[in-house]
Design a protein around this ligand. Structure first.
Ligand code: ZN
Length: 102
């Protein structure tokens, strides 16, 4: 059920994102993470803590971000999202962090 999936996502993302936003300067709008991806290739999100940009990321992008975060790419990205200290829109891609949701 799509509705149930969104509720689960909202709960999973919400708990982790709260911790993340305490560290970052920008606040992540949790309701955005609970929406279905607009891009059909998207598997996860990248949130820029500098400019507040939330980007959908496909599998290839997510694997690249794992490299940036020096983390091993998980088999599925459903319970993972990325944060960065800056992005290609507001600066260089730096400080990428992978966030695991239990
Ligand atoms: Zn940015």
């Amino acid at each position: 059920m799509p509705g149930d999936d969104i509720k689960i996502k909202k709960r999973l993302f919400g708990e982790s994102v709260t911790d993340q936003t305490k560290k970052g300067s920008s606040t992540l709008d949790l309701s955005l993470l609970s929406q279905p991806f607009e891009w059909k290739e998207a598997v996860t999100y990248l949130f820029c803590q500098k400019c507040g940009m939330l980007s959908e990321v496909n599998r290839q992008g997510a694997e690249y971000l794992c490299g940036q975060a020096k983390a091993q790419a998980p088999e599925v990205f459903k319970n993972v999202y990325f944060t960065s200290e800056a992005c290609s829109l507001c600066g260089q891609d730096i400080g990428v962090r992978i966030n695991y949701i239990n």
